[in-house]
Design a protein around this ligand. Structure first.
Ligand SMILES: NC(=O)c1ccc[n+]([C@@H]2O[C@H](COP(=O)([O-])OP(=O)(O)OC[C@H]3O[C@@H](n4cnc5c(N)ncnc54)[C@H](OP(=O)(O)O)[C@@H]3O)[C@@H](O)[C@H]2O)c1
Length: 267
């Protein structure tokens, strides 16, 4: 969808300093949207904002924030209100995974993880969807993953967090769609980004076959198309769509057997 209004619409993207979030920022700007970029690394965000302004002529605002801090969503909302910016599209994309066992990881690390991937995501929806409903226009993309359908990784909260995003998005879509606020749970598979470097598993995933991987720009493009068309759940790529359907249909004991036999990160 090209944004050809006299007053351009604005998309807020969390985790816009790298990977899929950066691709969303570029893609929205290319389609004529102004963008608000959120992440922790200020220098990276400023570079992205400068690139977007130069390349697409869009307004690009930077808000530095750590979504592990429960006060950050409200602080982002207040900053935007003070700047008189209207958010038409929200992309809750910030995320990461932890490749450590459940018990060997301090609770604070788990608590931060749940805050970033689930609680802050829901809080951002709660804060921004109210205005969207009032204005009778809004689009929300919450980044889930094919991990929401897959066998679990031993001791990992990642699949559970992404299942939360998948189910939560369907629930708010039911409430908001009658008000022209469409919500999409976007489920990418393996996507080139900084994700596996941050997780510390780059060497293992580099051994996975190339056909399993997608580029972040394609994931973002498909995500924007899906939300504009009102798709509640969208799995990126035909291969991921097929695999996820099969995995989702497997009995739990088969899923557990697969997980016990092989972790993709220990290839
Ligand atoms: N790559 C994949 O294979 C894949 C597959 C399925 C789903 N996903 C999901 O896609 C989303 C984007 O991941 P990606 O692959 O693009 O990874 P990435 O390249 O590592 O980017 C992650 C983004 O999240 C931001 N972020 C991380 N922790 C944050 C925090 N506490 N507060 C604010 N921002 C934070 C990072 O920015 P700063 O470090 O600057 O804060 C960065 O911009 C995640 O939700 C991920 O779970 C990824």
């Amino acid at each position: 969808m090209q944004n050809i209004d006299e007053n351009p619409k604005t998309a807020l993207i969390t985790g816009a300093s790298a990977g899929i979030g950066l691709a969303f920022a570029r893609e929205f700007a290319e389609q004529g949207f102004d963008v608000v970029l959120v992440a922790r690394r200020e220098e990276k965000l400023n570079e992205v904002a400068a690139e977007i302004k130069a390349q697409y002529g869009a307004m690009a605002y930077v808000i530095v924030g750590d979504l592990a801090d429960p006060s950050t969503p409200q602080a982002i909302f207040n900053t935007i209100k003070n700047k008189n910016i209207t958010i038409d599209v929200l992309v809750n994309n910030a995320g990461y995974s932890i490749d450590e066992s459940f018990l060997d990881t301090d609770w604070e690390i788990h608590a931060n993880f749940i805050q970033v991937l689930s609680t802050s995501l829901a809080h951002m929806c709660h804060l921004f969807a109210a205005g969207m409903k009032e204005r009778n226009y809004g689009r929300i993309i919450n980044i889930s993953s094919i991990a929401a359908f897959s066998p679990q990784l031993s001791g990992s909260l990642y699949g559970a967090a992404k299942s939360f995003v998948l189910d939560f998005t369907q629930a708010i879509d039911l409430e908001l769609k009658p008000h022209n606020v469409f919500c999409t749970a976007l489920c990418p598979g393996f996507t080139y980004s900084e994700f596996h470097d941050a997780m510390g598993v780059r060497e293992a995933v580099n051994r996975l076959p190339k056909f399993l991987w997608m580029d972040a720009q394609t994931v973002a493009k498909e995500g924007i198309r899906a939300v504009m068309e009102g798709k509640t759940v969208y799995i990126n790529g035909l291969l991921n769509q097929g695999v996820s359907q099969v995995l989702a249909a497997l009995p739990v004991r088969v899923k557990q057997f697969i997980s016990e036999k092989q972790s993709i990160f220990e290839l």
